[in-house]
Design a protein around this ligand. Sequence first.
Ligand code: SF4
Length: 308
Amino acid sequence: MAKDTKISWSHHTVNWWTGCSKVSAECKNCYAEALVKRMGRSFADRKMRVAAAMKEAYAYDAQAKALGKRAIVFTNSLADFFDPAADTEREAIWEVIRETPNLYWMILTKRPHLIAERLPSDWGEGWDNVWLGTTCGSKRPYKCEHTGALMTPLDRVKALQAISCRVRFISAEPLLEDISDIDLIGIHWIAAGGESGPEWNYADRRMNIAHAAAIYDKCKASGIRFLFKQASHQFTERGINALNLYLAEQAGERIDSKTCELIREYPTEADGKLMEFNPPGPNARFSMSDWRDYKAKAPVARLTILGQ
Ligand code: SF4
């Protein structure tokens, strides 16, 4: 079955609307903002597309059912599902999610403190086909846009842990610092990756692969599934084997950068029941010389210009 998304770690994307507002440091170079602006629209406008998304959802569900394997839908890649600006639409959207049991709806939000009051009334311990996640790639404080209170991404993880859910996950992307001391109780899956785009090599944005290794080690010790998405790079999904190369180097082992098995795990309940993923593109893996260049290229300091 053809995938409709370039994201190699999910099968589809469905956007119920597009547009958002920035929440914290991880949002700085939001790719959704760049894409929406490229479409000639204001990112601040929440442009609803519920009817179109509904058709996509039912079609993907029917395809997955025919194949006998479930598909992962990355939900709202161009928006935030728990954005209160879309409250009027959410009930109808939950209805579609309820009626598509062959899909796993991967819902990632930077507003987990708003989840509880926006769940459907029969949520119970969580629906089987919904994974709820939040972003935690740094510990930098920010002002909550809803309450004005100072909070950090660690507070988001706590808010997620308080929600009953079949699969709770953390997106540690962009990973901006070492977050390996976070409490992972109740977390089932972590996906980590580096900043991509023009700012990838700024010292305050570039991922230190040792920080990805630290969170990976903690996941392994705690039995939490882990997916390494990419190194920091100008382009997305580059250096998807960078963590393997780093770990082999630390252990004094040699591995083949072209064929080494990637660290791309999914939550246990999805194992064996998922559709095949499209293989990552030919440039997705670092060659040994890419890896040497990556290590040799020191992150650059950001120029601070007064008045900007
Ligand atoms: S919450 Fe997500 S979609 Fe909204 S600005 Fe931040 S990164 Fe972009």
